[in-house]
Design a binder for this molecule. Structure first.
Ligand SMILES: Nc1ncnc2c1ncn2[C@@H]1O[C@H](COP(=O)(O)OP(=O)(O)OP(=O)(O)O)[C@@H](O)[C@H]1O
Ligand SMILES: [Mg+2]
Length: 276
């Protein structure tokens, strides 16, 4: 069952009106993990089309296959059944033309901020000058100016996440996949990161798919919120609150469109009693 609530967002409405091709297209995806002892159905018949410029958040209980879905889109693991297309091409192996931000920021402890960001350029053999200019731009965009040479242990958790985000964006991927990137942060730092993420999304036009367990994060960031069921993971509902792309944090949290979507998401996750 797939239901949609609320009016379409600016992004998806304009894209749909122009009949734009999806940048990510997942069709009837099933993923089973089999061992001698057991078989786990992680994903069951999942279909999802993401349009250019959308910010799709994915929420669902632990173990419902969210990470598996991102890894299949990135070509890091294969589907058992179904198809994945990225930029209109079938995904058959690891995709280089994307950015991937993991739950742990995975920075190299002996490298400063700028050099950690430039690691992406080294792995890809990017033009050094262009990469450095781009790194400096991202450092400024994410408020890391003055910390270019600081080592990871000299940074706060939020700053480390920002470095990881810069690294994922260095090669200007049109698609950014993020797996609970802010899960380890305290609530206030997480809010700051959410505000920055909304701004970066608007300023770069990157298409983002972000997995999260946080109800406010899913609704604040998403132009569309995809809700998954417990294992085997299926898409149970898609929410489109219709908030403007530019979102002031405080006012958004009390906007009736936000509160209605957050309440619905809590109900769907069976977590209406859980503090967020
Ligand atoms: N490589 C693997 N081998 C065997 N089983 C796996 C593998 N990867 C994932 N699974 C199983 O698939 C299911 C979905 O895992 P996945 O990591 O995608 O969940 P998730 O929704 O990301 O959970 P969480 O919110 O806890 O991160 C789980 O039952 C997990 O045990
Ligand atoms: Mg996961």
């Amino acid at each position: 069952m797939t239901a949609t609530t609320g009016p379409a967002t600016e992004h998806s409405a304009s894209a749909r009106a122009a009949d734009v091709e999806p940048i990510i297209e997942v069709s009837h995806l099933t993923r089973r993990f089999t061992s001698k002892r057991s078989e786990t159905v992680a994903l069951d018949d999942v279909s999802l089309a993401v349009l250019p410029g959308e910010f799709v958040t994915i929420a669902g209980p632990s173990g419902c296959g969210k990470s598996t879905l991102l890894k299949i889109i990135a070509g890091l693991t294969l589907a058992t059944e179904g198809d994945v297309r990225l930029y209109g091409r079938a995904v058959t192996g690891p995709q280089r033309e994307i950015g991937f931000a993991f739950q742990r920021s995975a920075l190299l402890e002996w490298r400063g901020v700028r050099k950690n960001i430039l690691l992406q350029a080294e792995m890809r053999g990017m033009d050094r000058r262009r990469a450095e200019e781009r790194a400096d731009h991202l450092i400024e965009l994410t408020g890391l100016t003055g910390f270019e040479k600081a080592l990871p242990h000299e940074l706060s958790g939020g700053m480390q996440q920002r470095v990881a985000l810069c690294r994922a964006l260095l090669h200007e991927p049109r698609v950014l996949l993020m797996d609970e990137p802010f899960g380890a942060l305290d609530a206030l730092t997480r809010e700051q990161m959410n505000i920055e993420m909304n701004r970066i999304w608007r300023e770069t036009g990157t298409t983002v798919v972000l997995v999260t367990h946080s109800v406010p994060e899913a609704v604040y960031l998403g132009s569309r919120i995809v809700v998954m069921s417990p294992r085997p993971g299926r898409i149970v509902e898609t929410l489109e609150p219709g908030l403007p792309e530019r979102r002031e944090y405080g006012p958004t949290l009390t906007d009736p469109r936000f509160t209605a979507a957050a309440e619905r998401l809590r109900d769907l996750l069976g977590a209406s009693h859980a503090p967020e």
